[in-house]
Design a protein around this ligand. Structure first.
Ligand SMILES: [Zn+2]
Length: 117
């Protein structure tokens, strides 16, 4: 995630993307993980976002490090929920904020790994 890190980035464009145990808002220029509390979002929205993060990756079985049977569906549902949240977030932030939604592709990634064996 930090591959494009630039020291002087002012973090003015954002993306909403779920990852393990990070806040879901990132700088879209340098990839820096930003504090959700720094954004003018309602408590309810922040709570929904952290719930969404908790649910991230539930399509992966960590015991065996493999995709659950219905993994692709679970990820799809998570992305749909994310898209809805994103629309609410966008509304609350208003037009001053440039933010995009980046859906998760990790289930797809796992699936492709498994198919390689
Ligand atoms: Zn930045």
């Amino acid at each position: 995630m930090f591959w494009k890190l630039r020291r002087k980035c002012k973090h003015t464009a954002y993306k909403l993307e779920a990852d393990f145990s990070f806040d879901p808002i990132w700088c879209n220029d340098c990839g820096w993980n930003l504090d959700v509390e720094d954004f003018p979002l309602s408590d309810q929205r922040q709570e929904e976002l952290s719930q969404w993060i908790v649910e991230y990756g539930e399509w992966i079985d960590f015991e065996t490090d493999s995709l659950k049977e219905n993994g692709l569906t679970l990820e799809k549902q998570h992305n749909e929920k994310g898209m809805k949240l994103f629309n609410e977030v966008k509304k609350e932030l208003g037009e001053e904020y440039t933010i995009i939604f980046v859906p998760s592709t990790s289930a797809q990634f796992y699936k492709e790994m498994e198919e390689d064996f």
